[in-house]
Design a protein around this ligand. Structure first.
Ligand SMILES: [Zn+2]
Length: 327
């Protein structure tokens, strides 16, 4: 009896070790949780409702891939490489679609070209990866070309059905859409299947239930559009003569009921500004919070200003971040 149990338990491990499909590396040249973040997972719910592989809501209806988002357009313009997620052969390529937000071009402009500039790669085990929204003119591979895992294939852009710079990667297994966080899960099933991301990707464990995308100081209130354009490097940089000193945090994936708090202390540790937001009335794909003050007549005291941002969810702190500026 005991031996039987061991055999049953070992069987899935043996199948996994047979290497039916390759592990996937992080397909973008950024540091997850630092200079990029998962914005959306696959919607595993076939109904009009939404559910990600973790039974959470970090997706939208019919979303068929994983979105890895950059911090800002400034970062995108500096050129962030898209990488082959595994060794394989390039099947298809599309280039020539302009890098213009769908908000400007209109939804009709992306009909049948939602992916924008993209690449499809075939891998072992019937696995296929597709990379979308790449920069016009950046695709550096051709159909039939063999690529190694991690090889650059182009750059992150703003083409197709997108309004912020990100890489959308779709995975298919034997021609059918699959979730790399839950390969083999039944339709509608969350917390099932097998995660095929490599340990090095940062995606094989841990679920991003909300995180900071940008945090910094500015000389006035920061809008979502400003954060998207410049990220953490808001210009002009605050100075002792600046009109105001404002700490800001742009977060993604927060949930209904989350309580955000942002406080700033002046040099010496005295309270300087605080913003304790109302509990969120609904899930937020992205949100921005700031706390600050106008310049006093005598100017800003020199020294170090420290901001502390936290998010409480169900009585537990799920985000805790400090950042500082010296004036
Ligand atoms: Zn997407």
């Amino acid at each position: 009896m005991k031996r039987g149990l061991i055999l049953v338990a070992a069987l899935p491990l043996l199948l996994g070790a047979a290497g039916d499909v390759p592990e996937l590396i992080l397909p973008i040249a950024c540091k997850l949780g630092v200079s990029c973040a998962v914005q959306n997972y696959v919607d595993v719910d076939p109904s009009p409702g939404v559910k990600d592989f973790h039974c959470g809501q970090r997706t939208y209806d019919k979303h068929g891939g994983t979105d890895i988002r950059l911090q800002s357009m400034a970062q995108q313009k500096s050129g962030v490489a898209v990488l082959a997620a595994a060794t394989g052969t390039v099947l298809r390529v599309r280039d020539g679609v302009p890098d213009i937000s769908v908000k400007e071009r209109g939804q009709a402009s992306v009909d049948n070209a939602e992916c924008g500039n993209g690449v499809v790669i075939a891998h072992a085990g019937g696995l296929e990866t597709q990379y979308c929204h790449m920069a016009k003119g950046s695709i550096s591979v051709k159909p039939g070309q063999k690529v190694a895992a991690g090889a650059p294939i182009g750059k992150v852009g703003l083409s197709g059905n997108t309004e912020y710079p990100h890489l959308h990667i779709t995975v298919r297994k034997d021609g059918a859409r699959a979730d790399p966080f839950a390969l083999g899960a039944k339709p509608g099933q969350c917390d099932g299947g097998r995660n095929i991301w490599a340990a090095s990707s940062g995606l094989n464990t841990g679920y991003q239930g909300g995180q900071v995308l940008n945090a910094g100081f500015a000389t006035g209130p920061v809008t979502m559009a400003m954060a998207m354009e410049r990220g953490e490097s808001q210009e002009p940089r605050p100075s002792r003569s600046g009109p105001a000193l404002v700490a800001f945090v742009q977060s993604i994936g927060l949930q209904q009921g989350d309580v955000q708090r942002l406080s700033v202390t002046a040099p010496g540790g005295a309270g300087f500004a605080e913003n304790r937001a109302q509990p969120l009335d609904r899930d937020k794909a992205q949100t921005i919070l700031f706390a600050g003050k106008k310049r006093p007549a005598a100017g800003w005291p020199a020294g170090r200003y420290v901001a502390h941002y936290s998010v409480e969810r169900g009585g537990r702190t799920v985000i805790d971040r400090r950042f500082a500026i010296t004036l």
